[in-house]
Each structure stands twice: as C-alpha cells, then as structure tokens.
Design a binder for this molecule. Structure first.
Ligand code: DX5
Ligand code: ZN
Length: 228
C-alpha cells in the first residue's frame, strides 16, 4: 500500500463540454484534488479535444469555495509537444505531462515545462517500457502510467499495468525523490484498491466520476474503496 496521500483527478473528457465551468466547480466541491485536462490532436491519438483556450476558460473555476487553487493537470496527447507548452503555462496549467515518443528532445521539453513554473511529467502508454525514464529521473515531478491506450474515455483497465505500477513505485522509492505516480484509464471503485496497493498515489477517473451523476458520492466511493 502506498503511504502517499491519495489524489483524485477527475478527467474532464467525460464531463458535459457544454457546461465545463460548472462541471469543474461541481467536481471540486465534490472533493477533486486536481482537474485532469486531456489534450488530443487527432495525430498522436485518433481523437480531437481541447487546447489552451479552453484551459484558460476553465481556470477561474479551478479553486475551492475558500479560494484554494486546484491545479490543472494537463495531459498532452499531441505531437509535436513544445510549441504548446508556453501556451498552457499562460492558460494556467499547474502540471504538464507528455508522451516521450512525441518529443524529439525529452529532457529539453521537461526543462521547458519547469522553466515556466509548472510541474513536469512523462506519460507512458501501456506498451511503453519504464526505461524511458532512466536518464531523466532527476527532472521528473510525476510519471503518468496509462492503463488504457490513449484516445478515449470509458475504456477497460488493462490489468498488465498493475505489475508496472509496482515496478515504478520501487524505482521512485529508490530515487529518494517525491515523484507522483499517476494512473490514468479505466480506474473505478472496483479496481482502485489494487491500483493504490500497487503504488499509485494520483488517480485519474473520468467515467467513474462523471457517469454516476452524484460526483461527491462517486469520489467518496473511490476514496473509501482505495482505503479498503
Ligand atoms: C484517455 C485519457 C484519460 C481518460 C480517462 O486517453 O487520457 O484521461 O479520460 O477516462 P476513464 O477514467 O473513463 O478511463
Ligand atoms: Zn488523461
């Protein structure tokens, strides 16, 4: 079991796009720790979503009732990556993850994100080996492990991700650094216990939060099941 605090990051991909501001406020009132913002370009992944303008539009809603900011967790599924990073910094992103295959110079891209005051991470597809983080561990604030193939919400969790989470948790522990381990795709109240036991501390949940209707209840169910 991870001893790290559990962070729940609802993915707006499953929200009502016609009412995004209200949806953000509602999941924050329901206990969201981060707002997960999926950026797809119909090139790196076969789907097309939103960009910096929409990030900027939701930014005023990303705070709790008592005014505490709730970070926007931007997951870039785009290729190339770098040109969008200053735009997301300007639009209020708090964290940016990208897929290493999509950047020619992974170390440079990580530096670019951090130089603009954001946390930086790599996003690894189910078939991407863990060793892509080998020579950039020192720079990472987080690693996002995909537990579905990127592109769509509502897919089934790929079970072979579990041993990969365990391996990554061991590597993070060995590094001695406070690197967040985020798992993204198919996480729900039925599998979150195993995902957290394997070592995840940050859980993206799209359909598990938004499809139920009662967001507070859905997020509470995730936390309860994670705690066991
Ligand atoms: C998929 C996205 C995920 C997705 C998660 O490419 O990166 O963030 O929205 O949605 P669920 O939780 O429904 O799998
Ligand atoms: Zn995502």
């Amino acid at each position: 079991m991870s001893t790290h605090p559990l962070r729940i990051a609802p993915s707006l991909l499953s929200a009502d796009f016609a009412r995004l501001g209200e949806e953000v406020s509602a999941v924050i009132a329901a206990g969201a720790d981060l707002i997960h913002f999926d950026v797809m370009d119909n090139h790196y992944v076969p789907n097309l979503t939103v960009g910096p303008m929409v990030c900027q539009a939701i930014q005023p809603y990303c705070k709790t009732a008592d005014g505490r900011p709730v970070p926007i967790d931007v997951h870039l599924m785009v290729q190339p990556v770098d040109a969008l990073i200053p735009m997301f910094a300007e639009a209020g992103a708090g964290l940016v993850t990208f897929h290493p295959e999509a950047s020619l110079h992974v170390d440079r891209t990580l530096q670019l994100i951090q130089s603009l005051g954001m946390k930086a991470g790599l996003a690894l597809n189910p078939a991407t080996p863990l060793h892509v983080i080998d020579h950039v561990m020192e720079r990472l604030d987080l690693v996002l492990l995909m537990s579905v193939n990127p592109g769509f919400g509502g897919q089934a969790f790929i079970e072979s991700t579990l041993p990969k989470i365990e391996l990554l948790r061991r590597r993070i522990a060995a590094s001695g650094r406070d690197i967040w381990l985020e798992v993204d795709g198919g996480v729900n109240a039925r599998n979150i216990r195993r995902v957290v036991s394997a070592g995840a501390d940050t859980l993206v949940a799209g359909s598990a939060v938004f499809s139920g209707g009662d967001y507070r209840r859905s997020i509470a169910a995730l936390r309860d099941e994670a705690a066991g």
